[in-house]
Design a protein around this ligand. Sequence first.
Ligand code: DGL
Length: 268
Amino acid sequence: MLARVGIFDSGVGGLTVAAALHRHQPSLEIRYVADTAFFPYGSREPEEIAERSIAVVATLVEAGMNAIVVACNTATSAALERLREVFNVPIVGMEPPLKPAVEHSRSGAVVVLATPGTVRGDRLARLQERHAGGARVWNIPMPGLADLVEAGEIEGPRVEGMLREALAGPIAEGADAVALGCTHYGWLRPLLERILPPGVELVDAAEAVARRTLYVLDQAGHHIDMRAPAREVLCYATGDAASLEQTVERLRAAGADLPPLRVAKPVG
Ligand code: DGL
């Protein structure tokens, strides 16, 4: 069966994963839902995020998507198990890349930047128990940062100020790896690379999740027609489609490496 991948996030963050998937397999059919009507997930209760996630994934499965990527750390934390109970298609989740950050670190001190919801969630605590080893870990909630990215603000004094303030302490104490625990923050990579001192590694999970998704598709027997022409990612917003389009334009204008995409009429 031909692979058709549904990806969702609360907004434009998961497009970092769509971009990585598209780079690997430009002809892969990707449908993307930005649940902008419920953005931000990061300040909502897990139960509500789980309900939203189920509703969004239902639209993607009904539209014929045969694998799902939860391209949102907050939704993975709140809903991955529930989604796997409810739906009979492979579902790939996304966690802060703590393990690779610890592996990259020479000092044994790492930072995880994430939404308040992800920082509060049991999932991150379990991840830390399993993978931190003896490393010192700062899990830093960044309320409001995804909101700025969602408005297309990925450069400038506000975002730069928030990041500098969050990172100054841990870096002064020797942290040398920063894990991006929210897909929105992937769009801040150029800014982060500019402000992080040399020798501090930036670790993003989007690429690993894209590779995992391709593996899962293969295991499920879904193939990709590699001779087919490159496809646009078809994007839906549960909120205002025009405002998603505007954000996409702002991100592009600020240099974000978005995949080719088209914003379609709202769903849900
Ligand atoms: N992009 C989402 C994540 O990876 C969160 C953004 C939000 O708060 O909605 O956690």
